[in-house]
Design a protein around this ligand. Sequence first.
Ligand code: DCP
Ligand code: MG
Length: 662
Amino acid sequence: MHPDFGYFEETKLGKPYDIKLLKRLYPYSRPYRLLLFGSIGLVLLITALDLALPYITKVAIDRYIVPQTDSLFKDSGYDTEAKSRRLKVNVTDPAKRRLVQKYSDLFYTEGQIATIPYDALSQVEKSDIAVLRQNDLAGLGSISAIFLGLVIINFVLNFIQKMIMEYTGHMIMHDLRMRLFTHIQNLAIEFFTRNPVGRLVTRVTNDVQNMHELFTSVISLVFKDLFLLLGIALVLLILNWKLALVSFTVLPIVLYASLNFSKRARDIFRELRIKIAEINTRFSETIGGIRIIQLFRQELNNYRRFKALNHENYLAGMRQIHVLAVFMPLIELLGAVAVALVIFYGGGRVLGGFLSLGALVAFISYIRMFFRPIRDLAEKYNILQNAMASAERIFLILDTKNKLQRPSAPPNTDVLNLEQITEVKLENVSFSYVENEPVLKGISFNIQAGETVAVVGPTGAGKTSLINLIPRFYDPTSGRVLINGHALKNFDTSLFRSKIALVMQEPFLFSGTIRENIFDGSHPISEKDMKNILKAANCKNLIDRLPDGLDTTLSEGGASISSGERQLISIARAFAREPQLILFDEATSYIDSQTELQIQEALKKLMENRTSLIVAHRLSTVRNADRILVLNRGRIIETGSHLELINKKGFYFRLHQLQNGI
Ligand code: DCP
Ligand code: MG
């Protein structure tokens, strides 16, 4: 299998929408649905406020800056004179009366009301106009205050909405990630041999992050942008349907451009993702194989290949920019065309007196607002597509069933309780990682409580595979593993595992202190017991040598200490569990004879009074085993004690001779 680190999966393209996936995502938003609905409510409110602002401008202009005479729009048979705008002045105010008298030739007085044509105002001194138009100024003041007030409210609402949305998005992401993590953590080992680490890491990080963006941008797309577009269209039609229709003439082109764009963008975004994935793969391969690259002096070759990839990525990036650089300004341009149409046609209507100046200004603002969400479509489209592809991949993992969940147990069988492991028995067990390529064939043996059974055999014989069947990392393909005479499947796996300790061939230590690695903290342990365990596991010297003793921090995988030391520490870890059954897979790596001796001593103490199954490469380790199974190509070919097997002069005997250099 070619480990693609999960990057090549990026080639898979998500539809920008997928009802089935959205339906599956819904349960994750359920706990937060109140917040979500609240957020949607706020979005609606914010959009309404956004819509209100140009209208307020219209009111300011029409009511206070350029007031119309009442007859302007009501009367159809007016002449130019009747259409001209007039300012009405109430002469009960002494200051105003004085001014009316000052410019008496410009005013026409009727009772308490004096009127003056706006055109005539140019003959009035500026300071006097301010007095005459006091009411309008006051009106402008309050309308500006309202405008400002709404803007501030809008700001606050926007802030709250954003916080709620981000919070909800993060919580959903948090839940989804925990769900994915727990799910992956409990999957059978077999899953991990099929899925490279890189892929799973991408699932839990990138893909979950994409979900977050989906939640935040879908809400804004569906509720804000759509609502805004509809709202604006509606307001425009109400303001002046003829002008609205004129400005809508560009919409078919916008629609055509958007559809065209989405088709192109789809391919280009995808190409870009593939290129980035290839770069990631090449890079991670370089890091993983750095020793080989440097040793075989492949730097230049590798450099060339990376350079070519990088260049392709650049070209794809440029193609993307090209499409974006056409689409975004094109939408801007169409927006500008719509504005020009409005200015031309609407301006004419204003001149003809069929439209107020305020309405025209508001119209222009609305048109500008209208094209913004359309322009941002490009970006959102990409997000949606990414998110859907991620959602699909996440669900693919969540849908992976743990194959080891008591598959064959009848539904009514209770999980068996387990106090003491008295016998481990394999009955005609065969096993294969890949179908039809058996690694173990017809294995049968048993271990009674207190016995030590050893497995020896050449590399690839299936020793580690055999060990892996006992803690149920895998289930046999055929045959049975029996504990105390009952099928292993009928026991609670975690209960059974709690009674065994496994020392692996390549001991794995976590990054963290040695203390954390040995004592998992599941049960309290006294300092004295701790010391005894370390002593029994022959770890004392090692730990005394380290600068911080037990609290020395290990690097990832325990790479900072030697493999012999790792093995000693994992023996100590086995001790700390106080297991009933020991599974020991001896390390193959070279260990100096002194450490080897220490390991053997520690192992001997560990096995005292316990049941154990050990795999040994150094035959000296198994000399004292009660029984030795010789495994070759997945079959047990010889069984017996050390002496019996030596006397038999078979496979074991030859192995023994080889190892002792005879
Ligand atoms: N195998 C596989 N998939 C895995 C692990 C192993 O296909 N995830 C194959 C490779 C070997 C066979 O199974 O051909 C037996 O592998 P083991 O690890 O069980 O072999 P040993 O432990 O006996 O070998 P060694 O002595 O090298 O540890
Ligand atoms: Mg092995």
